[in-house]
Design a protein around this ligand. Structure first.
Ligand code: BJ8
Length: 425
């Protein structure tokens, strides 16, 4: 492993504390990923990235900053990457997925706040995540109450820009989101010092669409009865796509998709025939949150799709880049992003329609709907999700968890019982 200590020191990180985090991650990667047999060879790229997750990409970002480029840290799939890329900015995801950061978040947030928020704040305040140190500006959004208030804390010592996400999907809300995107574009121009043009935005739309198409190819391979990749590996690919350069991400996903499609032709599956296929839905799984996938895939089932922001919501639906004015392109962005069915919308029938559609497309035997503790939005939606799935005859298990390991045994018991029920049906 390269020596990144100097870089972390220059970033003002708490090296002692960060060392503790560095000690636990390799064990987690080894336990979750390296124990799998018959993995696609193309996973070598993501294995390398995750093995040096606080080194390789942060070092690249710093090099780009030296050339004058600005790094935008984001927390939600509503923030349009295209606008940042068009102004020669760089996007990096910032959501915290580790229990390591939760206690730090709890020092300034109520304990009954969702772990994703507590971990994100803890990562920043504890100075143990290079991405949080590197980002020149954070871009928040008004999705859930917890995030909205946490941004006020994060914004105390980092420039913070907040996008006001509509809570409904009426025609006027699409116009409102288009206007938010236009305002954001003006801010991005100011921060980067680069002016947006129709050509630059169209090119950025093409780049992000190519990334979406490549990720979709990988997910499409998971629809096959011959399953060429585990849920854990697909999740790792998706999680890292939030940090990576979008063009390299597309290239690597296409490389993986080539191998998966060949595996399907060759009849190479990562699980025995008849293994129960699970669609997972709910709150996002920020890296390194692999808990649920790991439990499901060591309980006799396999995850074939994630209806999540770290899943289909990230890459489904392309932006129409055919318009010829910035205003029209902002509208095209608004139309695409507003197709995201986050539980922050009311009403939100699109998410249920997506879950049912995806369960059929991916030939899921059952659905696990899991939300992070204290996420009222997704927790409350569980009831309507379960009712709709029951009406379709699709078995569903509703769960709630956090980043701690303490409930792993209990989760395993419930998941094993669910898989057993699927096996018997
Ligand atoms: S579009 S899901 S990325 S908001 S889990 S922090 S909602 S209390 S993450 Fe999300 Fe955007 Fe929606 Fe997707 Fe709040 Fe819930 Fe925590 Fe959440």
């Amino acid at each position: 492993m390269a020596d990144y200590v100097k870089m972390w020191e220059n970033l003002g990180m708490d090296l002692e504390s960060h060392d503790l985090l560095c000690q636990v991650l390799p064990t987690a990667v080894g336990d979750v990923f390296m124990t799998q047999e018959n993995r696609p060879k193309a996973m070598d790229f993501w294995d390398l990235v995750i093995s040096e997750v606080h080194g390789i990409r942060p070092a690249e970002l710093i090099e780009e900053q030296k050339k004058g480029r600005k790094v935008f840290g984001t927390f939600c799939v509503f923030v349009p990457d295209e606008v940042i890329i068009a102004a020669d900015g760089i996007v990096t995801g910032l959501c915290g997925g580790s229990q390591f950061w939760v206690p730090g978040g709890e020092e300034v947030l109520p304990k009954n706040t969702c772990p994703l928020i507590k971990a994100s704040v803890g990562a920043r305040l504890g100075r143990t995540c290079p991405f949080f140190r590197i980002a020149d500006v954070y871009v928040g959004e008004t999705t859930c109450d917890g995030k909205k208030k946490a941004y006020e804390i994060l914004g105390q010592d980092v420039p913070m820009y907040i996008m006001d996400v509509p809570q409904m999907k009426r025609p006027k809300d699409l116009v409102k989101w288009k206007e938010e995107i236009a305002d954001f574009a003006a801010k991005v121009e100011e921060i980067t010092g680069n002016t947006l043009s129709v050509e630059k935005l169209k090119d950025a739309i093409r780049i992000v669409n190519e990334k979406r198409k490549a990720m979709k190819r990988v997910y499409d391979a998971r629809k096959s009865e011959i399953l060429p990749i585990s849920g854990r590996d697909a999740l790792l690919m998706t999680q890292i796509s939030f940090f990576d350069d979008p063009e390299r991400c597309a290239k690597m996903c296409n490389r993986l998709a080539d191998e998966l499609e060949q595996r399907i032709r060759d009849g190479v599956s990562v699980v025995p025939a008849g293994t129960r296929r699970i669609l997972l839905t709910g709150t996002p799984l920020a890296v390194p949150n692999w808990k649920l996938h790991n439990i499901i895939e060591t309980s006799g089932a396999v995850v074939v799709c994630e209806e999540m922001c770290t899943g289909t919501r990230y890459f489904e639906n392309l932006v129409d880049g055919s318009a010829e004015t910035l205003d029209e392109l902002y509208m095209a962005l608004s139309e695409r992003y507003m197709k995201n069915n986050c539980a922050c919308f009311t009403p939100n029938p699109g998410r249920i329609e997506d879950i049912i559609r995806l369960a059929k497309e991916y030939k899921a035997d059952g659905v696990i709907d899991c939300s992070l503790k204290f996420c009222g939005l997704y927790d409350i939606e569980k009831r309507s999700v379960a009712e709709a799935l029951k009406a379709e005859g699709i078995p569903v298990l509703s769960l709630e968890t956090d980043y701690e390991d303490s409930d792993a045994g209990q989760l395993r018991t419930r998941i094993e019982a669910f898989v057993e029920m699927l096996n018997e049906s």
